[in-house]
Design a protein around this ligand. Structure first.
Ligand code: ADP
Ligand code: ZN
Ligand code: ZN
Length: 753
């Protein structure tokens, strides 16, 4: 008997092993096994399938060593099928998908493999376990008031006299409630009255409060809901295009309830944890314990518990999660919702599998015979195009809940103001006035600047020398609070230079501004006003987001300053002013998606203003107030942005008309990577001709001491993807014969963002 095993390695899809006699009875598809690999390594792999075909090899076929956890399958068959799709479409190996999918706590060779969390509990020793015998225990404690009290409290907490309501009491609970020293409890154990026992407990918080019913939908929401249902009758995917604060979440809640009634599961994908905080508490109040949460800030042990819960037949019915939750062991998904579907956070960049969770979620839903709903106020060009061409259903919600007007967006021409010398800092007089106004009225303000740190450039004031990362071709960002310089590409931190290496001057200054500088300026202009920053630096801990959001919700913070994190789906009541500090920096980015992204970011952050009752104001600082993109933001005109972008995409052969696949090559030596890249491009051109562009050095040509080259493929949407992928795989193998290829990092990125 042989098995094909998926190992967490990027070399082959599966590896063949023999099954020793004594394990043949137990082994099943989807269970984890320990196997030897190479000379001395062992890996935990997953059984992909079992067969009887003796492999034709001239080397010995190794045997599997053991089977994990009484051969209980950790995967469902459907998951393995899904992995197959991911590895084929995103041009990576099954092992890489496996590695991304399975929490490492499951892996036997992993140092911190999963162990259930245990807690000490207290119970009567068997001679006292009958209520009738209790008086004997009380006799034994007569001489100590404290012992007697503890015994009383325990009988009370454990409800030992109420037959059907007996409950277990932990040591911790007993000590906390009694405020009695642990030595008293130990004395009762020594007297043979109590004993301790260990019990497995869950690491996951479980929602214990009573649930409430959802809001009734408004007429417009009800209509949108019905339209979604009827679109699902014909199509598997529907795009819900609803302006900010139109109640998309309320519609999700309704669809989730209906899916649960059918006994099927729901996956609600969120692009970032910043968002899950608010939505989770909204959904928990309604769905209680049926809801599980899964995201990157969870520990490995917590992930294992969620996974195990889903393997049970009566586990979670709804999962809210970040992109990697598509890999969880769902039993029967009736619906997958992709909230804020336009978000680039859905695409995994590194390591492989470099999947886009929106595309993968649609595939996942289809494999389960379920439906997919994509929700956004600013859909991706791709999804909107698919809706326009009838591939997806399309449902629109064009007014806000309670008909609150969309915010008024006021452009402020900073170029003009600078010319007139009226810009004292990076905050325009209009914006300062609006902030002042809002604060005086007890309202709140959000300021958006898409750069973290204090200043993006730190420089010598005499000769303009700027410190760069030693491993990457980028200038370092100045972080004033940490009194250091940081590389935003590799994370290395450097001390501030005392002397310029070029001219020996000790005068340094900075250029540009990040969130830290904005915060400092606001504190300077509005002393005593509570400010808070929300960016990558201020949200490291597991609950950091939650705390920032909750302080802002409660009104403890008046001004929230942040990067794109503040643009995402947050729902606050009292925000009347939003400031977009530099619109131009978003547009001047050399990427075909720059305009689409700039529009989405500005529209989304604007959408945080005036969500209840009163119309909000957005101050948009730009040097090009008349540019078509700024005009479309001001007029809340998604369609005009879409039309003009679509023309460009068509003209320059970009998605949604062409599929892009990137070949990334990285190497320590610049010459080696250049040679490899041109050879690679040559081989590709033989098969794909003009579809191959490059190789080129990207704008950031070196990261973490590796030189980078990129080849871009533009493939017609109508081309048979299987054929293309076969060519790409073959060329990759051909390249593997070149000696320097082994020391290079080379990978495909399908549908890069
Ligand atoms: P979106 O997800 O489209 O941005 P939300 O679902 O967050 O919008 O709705 C915006 C706000 O309006 C939320 O605070 C929500 O509770 C409220 N709201 C929306 N629809 C209703 C409804 N039908 N009944 C009561 N409150 C609603
Ligand atoms: Zn200098
Ligand atoms: Zn670096």
């Amino acid at each position: 008997m042989y098995v094909e095993i998926i190992l967490p390695l990027p070399l082959q899809n599966t590896y063949t092993y023999a099954v020793p006699e004594q394990l043949q009875q137990q082994i099943k598809t989807g269970c984890l096994v320990l196997v030897p690999f190479g000379k001395s390594t062992r890996y935990t792999g997953v059984v992909y399938y079992i067969h009887q075909t003796t492999p034709q090899r001239d080397f010995e076929i190794k045997k599997i060593l053991s089977i994990e956890e009484d051969a209980k399958p950790v995967f469902r068959r459907q998951q393995l099928r899904f992995w197959e799709w991911v590895s084929q479409y995103y041009l990576c190996k099954m092992g890489e998908v496996y590695k991304a999918a399975l929490p490492s706590g499951f892996k036997i060779e992993h140092a911190q493999s999963y162990k259930p969390k245990t807690e000490s509990f207290v119970r009567f020793q068997s001679s006292y376990s009958e209520p009738e015998k209790l008086h004997q225990a009380f006799d034994l404690t007569k001489r100590s008031k404290k012992q007697e009290d503890l015994l009383l409290l325990f009988t009370d907490l454990s409800k030992i006299f109420q037959k059907d309501q007996n409950r277990e009491v932990s040591k911790k609970e007993l000590l906390e409630r009694s405020q009695i020293n642990v030595s008293i409890l130990n004395a009762l154990v020594e007297k043979g009255i109590f004993e301790f026992y260990e019990k497995n407990i869950s690491r996951l918080d479980s929602y214990e409060k009573p649930t409430i019913s959802p809001h009734a939908l408004t007429d417009k929401q009800e209509e949108a809901y019905r339209n979604i249902l009827s679109s699902f009758r014909e199509k598997d995917v529907c795009l819900l295009h609803g302006v900010t604060s139109s109640g998309k979440t309320e519609i999700y809640i309704r669809l989730i309830s209906e899916t649960l009634k059918l006994g099927r599961q729901v996956l609600l994908l969120m692009p970032e944890i910043a968002l899950t905080t608010q939505i989770t508490s909204r959904l928990e109040r309604i769905f209680g314990k049926k809801l599980g949460i899964y995201h990157s800030k969870f520990s490995d042990h917590e992930r294992v518990e969620i996974w195990n819960n889903l393997l049970k037949n009566d586990g979670y019915q709804i999962i809210i999660g970040a992109r990697s939750s598509i890999f969880l062991p769902f039993k029967d998904l009736g619906l997958v919702i992709v909230d804020e579907e336009h978000e680039s956070g859905y695409k995994q960049q590194d390591p492989a599998p470099r999947y886009h969770a929106r595309s993968a979620a649609i595939m996942l839903a289809t494999m389960h015979g379920g439906k997919a709903l994509l929700g956004s106020a600013t859909p991706s060009i791709e999804s909107y195009f698919n809706a326009q061409t009838g591939k997806y259903g399309y449902v629109q919600l064009s007014s806000r809940f309670e008909e609150v007007a969309l915010p008024e967006i006021v452009p402020v021409n900073v170029k003009e103001l600078k010319r007139k010398k009226r810009m004292k800092s990076f905050l325009s007089p209009t914006l300062i006035e609006k902030i002042d106004d809002a604060i005086n009225k007890g309202e709140q303000v959000i300021l958006f600047q898409n750069r973290r740190g204090f200043a993006p450039i730190y420089t010598c004031e005499v000769c303009d020398w700027t410190p760069k990362c030693k491993d990457c071709d980028v200038s370092l960002t100045y972080h004033k609070s940490k009194h250091s310089l940081t590389c935003h590409y590799c994370g290395s931190t450097y001390r501030l230079p005392h002397q310029c290496p070029e001219c020996a001057s000790s005068q340094f200054g900075d250029k540009g501004f990040g969130t830290e500088k904005v915060e400092e300026e606001i504190q300077h202009l509005f002393p005593g006003v509570e400010t808070e920053r929300m960016d990558l630096d201020s949200t490291r801990g597991k609950t950091a987001f939650e705390q920032i959001i909750s302080r802002f919700e409660k009104g403890k913070t008046q001004v929230l300053i942040g990067t794109q994190m503040v643009s995402k789906g947050l729902d606050f009541e009292r925000v009347s002013v939003v400031g977009i500090l530099s619109a131009d920096s978003m547009m001047n980015y050399p990427d075909f998606r720059a305009y689409e992204r700039a529009y989405q970011l500005m529209a989304q952050v604007s959408g945080r203003a005036g969500r209840r009752k009163k119309q909000g104001t957005v101050i948009l600082q730009t040097s090009h107030p008349d540019s078509p993109l700024i005009q479309s933001v001001i007029n809340h005109d998604y369609t005009s942005m879409f039309q003009s972008q679509l023309e460009e995409r068509h003209l320059f052969r970009y998605p949604p008309f062409f599929r892009i696949i990137e070949v990334n090559l990285k190497h320590k030596q610049e010459k080696t990577v250049k040679d490899l890249a041109s050879h690679y491009a040559e081989l590709l051109r033989k098969h794909l001709g003009e579809r191959v562009l490059g190789p080129d050095k990207p704008i950031i040509g070196r990261v973490q001491n590796l030189y980078i080259q990129k080849i871009i493929l533009k493939i017609e949407i109508s081309a048979a993807i299987k054929v293309i992928h076969q060519i790409l795989t073959d060329v990759y193998h051909e390249m593997e014969d070149i000696p320097s290829f082994k020391s290079a990092v080379v990978y495909y990125n399908v549908d890069p963002l």
